[in-house]
Design a protein around this ligand. Sequence first.
Ligand SMILES: [Cu+2]
Length: 105
Amino acid sequence: MQRTAAVVLALGGAWTLALAPAVAETHTIVMENMRFTPDTLTLRRGDSVVWRNDDLVPHTASAAKVFDSGSIEPGKSWSTVLRKAGSVPYVCTFHPGMKATLTVE
Ligand SMILES: [Cu+2]
C-alpha cells in the first residue's frame, strides 16, 4: 500500500500506475531466540531479503534449490534477491526446528 500511494503521488494519477515499474524493496528478517522473525513474509519478485543474525550462535537460511546462505555468524547478515514467484519454505540447517516461509508474488 505504501508503494502504491507513493507512485500515485509521484505521478499524479491512477492511470499511470499500471505503467509504472514496481520499485524493488528490501525486507529484513531477524534471527533471534532460535526463530526467524517474521516467520512468514510476502514480497514481490525482484525484492531483496536480508537475514540478520542477532543470536549468539550461527544460523543459516536455506531453501532447497532456491537459496542457501551458508553459515551466518552472530552479528552478521546475508541477503538474496527473490526472482521467481511462489511459496518458498526455508529452514536453518543447524536447527531444523527453525522454519519460515517466503511468499513471492
Ligand atoms: Cu539456526
